[in-house]
Ligand binder design. Sequence first.
Ligand code: BES
Ligand code: MN
Ligand code: MN
Length: 463
Amino acid sequence: MFEIKNYINTHKDRFINELLELLKIPSISADSAYSADTFKTADAVQQSLIDAGADNAEICQTAGYPIVYGDKIIDSNLPTVLVYGHYDVQPADPLDLWDSPPFEPVIKKTTTHPDGAIFARGACDDKGQMYMHVKAFELMMKTNSLPCNVKFMIEGEEEVGSENLGTFVKANKDKLKADVILISDTGIIANDIPSITVGLRGLSYVEVEVTGPNRDLHSGLYGGAVANPINILCEMIAKMRDDKNHITIPGFYDDVEILSEEDRAELAKAPFDLENYKKALALSDIDGEEGFSTNERNSIRPTLDVNGIWGGYTGEGAKTVIPSKAYAKISMRLVPHQDSKKITQLFADYFEKIAPKSVKVKVTPHHGGTPYVTPTDFVGYQAAKQAMEDTYGKTPVPVRSGGSIPIVALFEQELGIKSVLFGFGLDSDAIHSPNEHYGVFNYLKGIETIPLFYKYFTDYSKT
Ligand code: BES
Ligand code: MN
Ligand code: MN
């Protein structure tokens, strides 16, 4: 423990500066305008693995952005930790809501982060959290304390569905052989309330198109006599939830895992303050499915949300028009046992069924993802728990998260390896939002805690 802290204290300024350099490269996977930068980020990650002491670090080309693979094999009889992370980031827009440019990282103190936080797109999701692993690896190499084998698999398409990573995993099962997958791409409850994510939701994502008349029409001459696709789309979306906020798609809940009262009571132990929650979001009231708490609504229950809706005239001033088309992007977060393909089909069937004859509709599926649960009796979980207990002085709370990392279920399915979701971010770090940031405390705490995970995982695997 002392040696870890000592190494971090000596090198922390460099650890921070190296991360700032990585954050300057805009690796936005969703936007092809940033393609060269995204490739460049992969090269930077590869170099960082070599510098940290990897035996070998490769750029593995895919049909999209490359996967950076690196490893250090010390003894084939020892366990192997496979670290997964992503170097791609979400688009930064809306740019005018950032207090400083998203790819010019700055460190500022906040009330939540009195030691300072790094403000930049990707600071928390996931460059900052991924880079903790590179630095923890460096620390173990330089202090001669790496207790087992380690492999890195850092991808550049997480934010766009990880499709090529799935192909890579299926084609490289031997190369990726490991005993645990270690991922820092989630969060903790608070800096004084450590927690470990034990559940991720799955995802079905669709785009819908509603077509009314074959061209935009004068809303005076035709208004009232033909279907307005935007009005119809709004009515159809409204029909998808009842007054108890249950989703009305037939069959939607058929496979939903029902937690026992004991399990619900266990999860309810995670501290939560509703007043602070509302205050942080400037809400006078919350909203959600009847019969479930806020923490349940956003983790163990499935959802249906419009992520974007458009059509007609949205420019300056007024234009009197009945648009020909209306569109929406809709996400459904799924919970254990729900199948993404099946849910997408149920959605499409229902959407087509409730469409009035006055319009035509089209449903286009986007990416999906399977939910995931880490069992708390898995050695990986136990090692993570002990590591956090050592560095936080408190037992971490197991929590189910509402977010998705679709590839995690595929890892288990294809490689037979369980994942430990060892994230150190905070919900208030504004991932995917303007002013994303990551606490310097969290960054350094992660670098401190990760080597202990390796130590306990190796110890526990022997017995
Ligand atoms: N790191 C997040 C997921 C996350 C964040 C899970 C915090 C739990 C807590 C990841 O990068 C992400 O944004 N995932 C996407 C899914 C993907 C298919 C675009 C998501 O959850 O929307
Ligand atoms: Mn992420
Ligand atoms: Mn993300």
